[in-house]
Design a protein around this ligand. Structure first.
Ligand SMILES: Cc1cc2nc3c(=O)[nH]c(=O)nc-3n(C[C@H](O)[C@H](O)[C@H](O)COP(=O)(O)O)c2cc1C
Length: 247
């Protein structure tokens, strides 16, 4: 099994220590290959807000040479670990810049079978908010399962209590990956899927990235990705939302 790691700290410090510990724990439970991507080494320029990825397609991003390599790895892997220290009560600018380059995934979610673990560390506060923010982003991108591990690193060394928390988090994530289970989507995911789908027909012209994506074989038919099982009630909700939006 492949797992991509996006390390969002500009150094190998507290967050890297937690990551190293959790990788060791996951390795004990699973046959897994980690593909480490340290964002500081990628030298990804700041997102210039050109809207190319959203309107024309991600292949038109001025930084596509760097981004396409990373996205290729994510697409080929079953799992993703994203890490960040807390800076000014939120994720690092390094990670935010990467997320900004992935913004087209809000319009065209596609990572429906992927599972993720988010690690955040802080000296005092903000770790839960930062982890929840990244979880929300990944849910919008389509992720099937997202686990968070916010750690308050209040002393030089990782405390015994936090060490146990990290190891338990590693076990839990390993079990999730081992299960190979594809979870049913939340109601919010179904609603968002159908809002974007309806909007793409209304707002975008043929030939635009969103229009073409939502008119593709897989996306045009159902109320959610065909890769994911969905219950009858949510199916009905999706159909109603899509119908209302189209009116
Ligand atoms: C620029 C900067 C901003 C920070 N902002 C906060 C903050 O808002 N709240 C907090 O509790 N800790 C803050 N910290 C402390 C880090 O979140 C904490 O030390 C973290 O574990 C560092 O991770 P790293 O060693 O992987 O870089 C900040 C550190 C830096 C360098």
């Amino acid at each position: 099994m492949k797992c991509v790691v996006i390390h969002g700290s500009p150094r190998r410090g507290n967050t890297w220590n937690v990551l190293t510990l959790i990788k060791e724990e996951i390795r004990k439970n699973l046959d897994i290959e980690f593909i480490d991507i340290e964002l500081r080494k990628e030298n990804l320029p700041i997102c210039i807000g050109c809207f190319n990825c959203i309107y024309k397609g991600e292949d038109k991003c001025p930084h596509k040479d760097i981004m396409s390599e990373i996205v290729k790895e994510i697409k080929e892997a079953e799992a993703l670990i994203i890490t960040s220290p807390v800076y000014s009560m939120q994720i690092s600018g390094l990670l935010k810049n990467f997320i900004d380059h992935m913004s087209y995934n809000f319009h065209r979610p596609s990572l429906f079978t992927k599972k993720a673990l988010i690690i955040t560390t802080t000296a005092g506060a903000g770790h839960k908010d930062a982890a929840n923010y990244v979880r929300s982003v990944l849910n919008y991108w389509g992720f099937n399962h997202v686990q968070t591990l916010p750690i308050a690193y209040r002393s030089r060394e990782l405390t015994e209590k936090n060490k146990i928390k990290v190891l338990e988090g590693g076990k839990k994530f390993s079990e999730e990956l081992k299960s190979k289970k594809i979870h049913k989507p939340s109601l919010k995911s179904v609603v968002m899927f159908n809002l974007w789908k309806a909007m793409s027909k209304e707002k975008y012209e043929e030939g635009s990235a969103d229009y073409d994506y939502w008119h593709s074989e897989d996306m045009s038919k159902g109320v959610f990705s065909p890769q994911v099982p969905i219950g009858i009630l949510k199916k009905l909700m999706g159909t109603i939302i899509y119908g209302l939006m189209n009116k």
